[in-house]
Design a protein around this ligand. Sequence first.
Ligand code: PEP
Length: 251
Amino acid sequence: MTKRKPLIAGNWKMYKNIPEAVGTAREMVKLLKEPPNAEVMIAPGCVLLNAVMREIEKSCISLGAQDLFWEKEGAYTGAISASMLVSAGCKYVIIGHSERRQYFAETDRNVNLKIRAAIDSGLVPILCVGETEIQRESEETFSILDKQIQMGLKDFSCDELDKLVVAYEPIWAIGTGKTATSRQAQDVHEYLRNALENTFGNSLAKNIRILYGGSVKPENIAELMAMPDVDGALVGGASLNADTFIRIVSF
Ligand code: PEP
């Protein structure tokens, strides 16, 4: 089986101001003496991107954004374009995070447009998918994920998706301290890889990185990463502290 290079991505959400973000990024660079086996990315809030970029640019940590708007430019007050993110030094952009879906009414159709904007600008999209606790209990997990994947990736060719990253984030595990067991994560990741194979073919499915997200911490990362279809993690709360995040990265 092809070994995919793991990705450990930190989502800082709406935390930190500029001095705090600079301090955390600087400490991460200092702590990350050896290049790890995984690619590492941090996604601070938009206002923090520039300052954080200056701290990490000579390190092996890449910059990511937490969202973008799909239009190239225009009268869209408050929105951030793909081109703005590229010019700030972003390589990755998180798209369709459950908090965006919940608090900003983001739909699968919006997610599809955002992935298009990211890919057309050369950004690597991290497409987040996941079910609520009620959906899991009523055995709807796979049908929810199918819908999120099929609609989010509608009208893309396999070639366009060659760098896409998918993050499986069960909503019941985000910020709750409840982590999916490594078995639960593996079952869903395997399902997602098969679903991607059915739609986009074997070559894309075997190369695509599928991250797990939901209360990842230094204590559970090794067990999750031991699963054959878990190719990294999207880390929220535990990415806010440099020492904790670097311990996850060095799993
Ligand atoms: C996230 O924000 O994507 C996330 C998984 O958060 P946490 O690690 O805090 O559960």
